[in-house]
Design a protein around this ligand. Structure first.
Ligand code: ZN
Length: 462
């Protein structure tokens, strides 16, 4: 989860936290490496003050539920009662606790912002190292997406209904939410446009964009999504998205591309980009598949973290085999180079270098230089979901264009932050395709991808 990081590093938010001791007299030092804190959320109804108590236990000693949520704006806080004292939590966590609280029985929970003493850096490092065990060890994880968007909070229920339709194993043109188009194969049915708008709002909630939540969804035995008062199971999201993507990427590809410019297209791309990536990762973890850091970084290139090095470190709990150690002491540019080097020199080699480079102007503003051989570690907030989806398309077709195939890279080195690569001759260049610039024109980029595939004689009849 978002850990102890403020949403924006530096500035008045940190000052706010420092000036308000929060729970100083609540936390005693943890004295054993297996120790964690668990929270008991007392029963209550919606309007009651949130009352809870906290105790130290050994990991595995008691059954507990975990919570996954986005911290939200640190300036907006609400008080709860913790061990009889007032304690401040972010508004989004406060909302989550109100929704999760049972009317009649207490619930034992692990919640990062409360169970880790956020003012003790040593404890934070130790507890962060246990995150994998904590999420693997919970009996259930509630994923709080946030309050349901929409004027009357109706969007979550509408999105859930739409998922039921999209998750039926039907071709897009057979679904009630689409109808035959005049100039295009299909177009969105009038009465379903508001459903797609609602789904877009739900997929756009902050939870889907944070890097820490990836492992929180992937590791627990059982997870459930909660958006306002609407709950939907992980299985529903998994089945729905898997079936949908099978159609969108295979038999219904022309119909899908024909929706370009409609909200439905944006929803399908966003679902693939955000929900699909998370589902794929959880399924890989459940099957015990070895996952490397490069592919996770590629898959979650759109996810954000306050501290840019967490874009790598936040995924380490899922990586099977890596020598990368979190480094919060070096300047972030150096830490990113170190992490990128691990990816390049490790499993997937040059694949790591694939991708857009759009954030350099903002990096320069921060007066930190990241060498140009490192692809974007984090896209700008305003990068559209189309552009993000195109990056996923690029990854999908990448394996067809690896000229060096299984040749391993030799003679790799970083010299004065420059990447040195020893090349080898694998053949002669026969033809060169169009240059792909997805950030300039999305439509052109799709055409370019198709042109590449045609050129390489990769199954594209249409
Ligand atoms: Zn189909």
């Amino acid at each position: 989860m978002a850990l102890a990081e403020p949403q924006n590093a530096g500035g008045p938010k940190i000052e706010y936290l420092r000036s308000k001791p929060n729970g100083e007299d609540i936390y005693a030092k943890l004295t054993h490496p297996d120790h964690i804190r668990l929270l008991t959320l007392n029963p209550g109804s919606s309007a009651d003050v949130i009352e809870c108590s906290m105790e130290v236990v050994r990991l595995g000693e008691r059954s507990y539920e975990a919570l996954s949520y986005a911290w939200g704006d640190l300036r907006v806080r609400e008080p709860i009662r913790l061990n009889g004292k007032s304690f401040q939590v972010t508004k989004n966590l406060w909302l989550a606790m109100r929704h999760l609280r049972d009317q009649s029985k207490p619930i034992v929970m692990w919640i990062d912002a409360i169970c880790i003493n956020q003012r003790d850096n040593d404890e934070k490092s130790e507890q962060v190292a246990k995150m994998r065990s904590i999420y693997e060890g919970c009996h259930h994880c509630s994923i709080w997406l946030g309050e349901s968007p929409g004027p009357a909070g109706e969007s979550a229920a509408m999105a859930s209904k739409l998922l039921d339709i999209l998750g039926k194993d039907q071709h897009l043109w057979e679904m009630p939410c689409f109808k035959k188009g005049v100039k295009r194969p299909i177009t969105t049915s009038e009465e379903y446009k508001e459903y797609f708008e609602a789904a877009k709002q739900v997929i756009d909630l902050a939870w889907w964009k944070r890097v820490w939540v990836v492992q929180e969804l992937a590791l627990p035995n059982e997870v459930e999504f909660i958006c306002g008062t609407v709950k939907f199971s992980y299985e529903k999201a998994r089945k729905g998205t898997e079936v949908l993507f099978k159609h969108c990427l295979e038999c219904c590809r022309a119909e899908m591309l024909g929706l370009l410019g409609e909200v439905a297209f944006e929803v399908l791309v966003a679902a693939y980009e955000r929900i699909g990536s998370m589902v794929t990762t959880r399924e890989e973890v459940r099957k015990g598949k070895a996952i490397n850091l490069t592919s996770l970084r590629r898959r979650f290139h759109m996810c954000q973290a306050t501290n840019k090095r967490d874009l790598f470190y936040g995924l380490l709990g899922l990586v099977s085999n890596t020598n990368l150690q979190p480094d919060y002491a070096s300047p972030w540019g150096d830490a990113i180079i170190g992490a990128a080097w691990m990816c390049v020199s490790g499993e997937n080699g040059m694949e790591f270098l694939l991708g857009e480079r759009t954030t350099y102007p903002s990096n320069r503003q921060e007066n930190v230089s990241v060498p140009s051989w490192i692809p974007d570690t984090c896209f700008d907030d305003d990068l559209s979901i189309f552009q993000a989806g195109l990056e996923q398309c690029r990854l999908l077709i990448y394996p067809f264009f690896t000229a060096s195939a299984s040749h391993s890279q030799k003679g790799l080195a970083i010299v004065h932050r420059a990447l040195k690569v020893q090349t080898c001759m694998v053949g002669t260049i026969d033809r060169v395709g169009e240059l792909c610039q997805p950030l300039e024109s999305i439509l052109q980029a799709i055409k370019t991808f198709l042109q590449w595939m045609k050129m390489a004689k990769i199954g594209t009849q249409d």
